[in-house]
Structures are given as C-alpha cells and as structure tokens.
Design a protein around this ligand. Structure first.
Ligand code: SAH
Length: 333
C-alpha cells in the first residue's frame, strides 16, 4: 500500500489523524482488503478502495519449492519486476527474503540479479508490500534483505521499511541487512535506524580476487569495509555476519581460509556463514562438500565460528543469487 498516497487521500478528506494508523494496523496484521477494516466508516472504506490500491505491487506469479520455499514475482506500477521469497524452516521459523531494488547496478560475477538490467530503487511501500503478500497468508518472524539489489544504496527506503516490519511481527533484531560493503551505508547504520543485524558479502580474502568477483571492491576496498564493520559493531554491540560463497577452485583453498581468518579480527566481532553456490548459468561451479568442510574446519581451528547456510528453493531459482525476474522468469513454469 502506498502509505504516502494513503496519507494524502486521508488529508484531502479531512479524516482524523488516527485513521492512517488504523488502516496500517489492519494491513500489517494481514487484512486482505479495506472491506475487513471494520472500525473504519463504510464510506471511507469504499473511497480508499477506489483511490488507494491495496498493494503498490501487482502479484504476477508464485512458485513453490519442494522444500516449502515460496517465491513471488511482482510488477511495480511502472512495470518493474521484483521478487521476494518466503523460507519455511522445520523449527517453525518463517523468514522473508526481500528485494530493495528492481535489478541491481552492481555486477557481481556470480549473481544472476547483477546480469539483469538495473531498474530503480524500490520505495518503502514497495518493500513492505512484498512482506505483506506473505503476511496475509501466514505469520512471519524474520526478514533478510538478500533479494534483488543492494540495500545500502537505497537506505532511506530500507530503513523506513525496517521501522514498520515489527508491526508485521518481525522485530528489528530479527531483520538482517546484507551488503556488498557499501561504506557510507554501513557508517549510517552505525549511527541511526532500528537495531538490525548486518551481514557482509566478503567472498574473497584478498583485494585482487574480490575485485574480480565483485567490481564494487575497486570503489570500497575490503580492508576499509572491514574497518567500517568493526566501527558498526562497536556502536551497535552486535557481531557482523560474514557471507562467503564457496566457488570451486576460485576461493575455497585452505590458504584462502587462513587468509580469511586473519582478516576477521577481533575474533568475536565476526561470524562466518559459508554459502553453497547456487547455479546461475555462469562460469562457476560450487565447491564440493569436502572442500567446504575443510574450509570450515580451517576457520574453526583459528577460532572463527563458521556455519554452512542451508540452501532453500533452488529448484525454483529462489535461492541466493538466483533472483532475476526479467525475461526468463525461471521457476515460474
Ligand atoms: N547486495 C546484497 C544483498 C543481496 S545478495 C549483498 O550482496 O550482500 C544476498 C547474498 O547472496 C549475498 O551474499 C550474495 O553474494 C549471495 N549470492 C549472490 N549470488 C549467489 C549465488 N549464485 N549463489 C549463492 N549465493 C549468492
């Protein structure tokens, strides 16, 4: 729901100030239409129905994975594709993977989103409407900004969305913003906004390889990014999650694990998440189980805690790095 449009329409009708809050409370709790909002006058419900579209996104398709993961493809009012994913875990956790941009201007070589055309930043309402689509069907309790886009390049909207996610049942402490290492955004997150978690995509322990995989590293060097993360941690008193994609023969050698371990100081400031590579039709193949386990063990020997990320939704191209709605719409068969 376009919350700014809602405010304008309510103001034009000289409605009392609490109306916007009433509408939002219903919406955040999963109402499916204005009609359900029984404490609004009937005439107002009718007017809103005509003037403020219930969602700022049109749901185009959904796909469901064998593991229960669900992916939704939306279009914005100006026709931009947006994808979001709901991951259901056995322990009952329901985690949303949200997009902050349609497409992505960064061109990480292993990521499908980076190869589609960049559209634009999404508004806070367009981010919330992804979450609300799933919230209408069931309770949700975690969110990760690991869908399309670089959230710290659209931080105003991302923070505005994060302010409201708790109303949907997702506390700030259960919201994670994942970044390539966009330093101005990390610095801002250290100073303002809800107390969300921070995840950093590292993927290589040296500047040259990282620049090859992630061209943004030429602009914001890993060494400086890690300094910004340390400052964020000092300010926020939370550790930083390091994401490390496991690419066979590229970044998965034991000496690279040792190099990564020596970068991540102080020890308790970082926790590593090793990510199996999800095929995107490019030049890479994922590391084998043995290489991943050896990498993890090498980190652990050096006191760096590391876990392996569960891959979800790969059969519908809903897994990390596979979101690229434009044209091919994988997984929406
Ligand atoms: N732009 C942000 C958030 C989006 S990507 C970022 O880069 O952090 C979320 C995570 O998925 C990142 O760690 C990203 O590097 C990873 N990823 C990208 N492509 C992938 C792929 N093909 N397989 C597995 N993970 C991938």
């Amino acid at each position: 729901m376009d919350l700014e449009l809602l405010d304008r329409r309510l103001a034009e009708r000289a409605e009392p100030a609490f109306r916007a809050r009433q509408v939002w409370e219903w919406t955040a709790r999963g109402a499916a239409s204005y009609e359900e909002m029984s404490n609004l006058p009937g005439s107002l419900r009718g007017a809103l129905d005509a003037e403020v579209p219930f969602s700022s996104l049109a749901l185009e398709r959904t796909a469901r994975s064998r593991d229960g993961t669900e992916k939704a493809l939306f279009a914005t009012a100006d026709g931009r594709p947006v994808e979001a994913v709901l991951m259901r875990y056995r322990d009952g956790r329901r985690s949303l993977c949200l997009s902050s941009q349609s497409g992505c201007p960064l061109t990480c070589s292993f990521c499908a989103t980076g190869s589609m055309r960049f559209g634009r930043n999404l508004s806070a309402s367009e981010i919330l409407d992804q979450a609300l689509q799933f919230r209408r069907a069931e309770a949700v309790d975690h969110a990760v900004f690991m869908g399309m886009g670089e959230p710290l390049m659209n931080l105003d909207s991302v923070l505005a969305a994060c302010e409201r996610l708790p109303d949907l049942g997702i506390a700030a402490s259960r919201t994670t913003i994942s970044t390539v290492g966009w330093i101005p955004g990390i610095e801002r997150l250290a100073r303002e906004g809800p107390r969300v978690r921070l995840a950093l995509s590292v993927h290589a322990p040296d500047e040259a390889l990282r620049s090859e995989l992630m061209p943004v590293n030429d602009r914001y060097r890993l060494a400086d990014v890690l300094d910004a993360c340390r400052a964020w941690r000092e300010a926020r008193r939370r550790r930083v999650y390091v994401e490390y994609l496991m690419l066979a023969g590229v970044n998965d050698r034991p000496e690279q694990a040792r190099a990564l371990a020596s970068l991540l100081r102080p020890r308790h400031a970082f926790k590593v998440n090793l990510i199996p590579y999800n095929p995107t039709g490019g030049e890479y193949s994922g590391s084998g189980r043995g290489a991943i386990e050896a990498f993890r063990a090498t980190l652990a020997e050096r006191g760096v805690p590391a876990t392996l990320r569960l891959t979800r939704g790969r059969d519908i191209d809903a897994a990390c790095g596979q979101l690229a709605a434009a044209g091919r719409a994988p997984g929406f068969g």
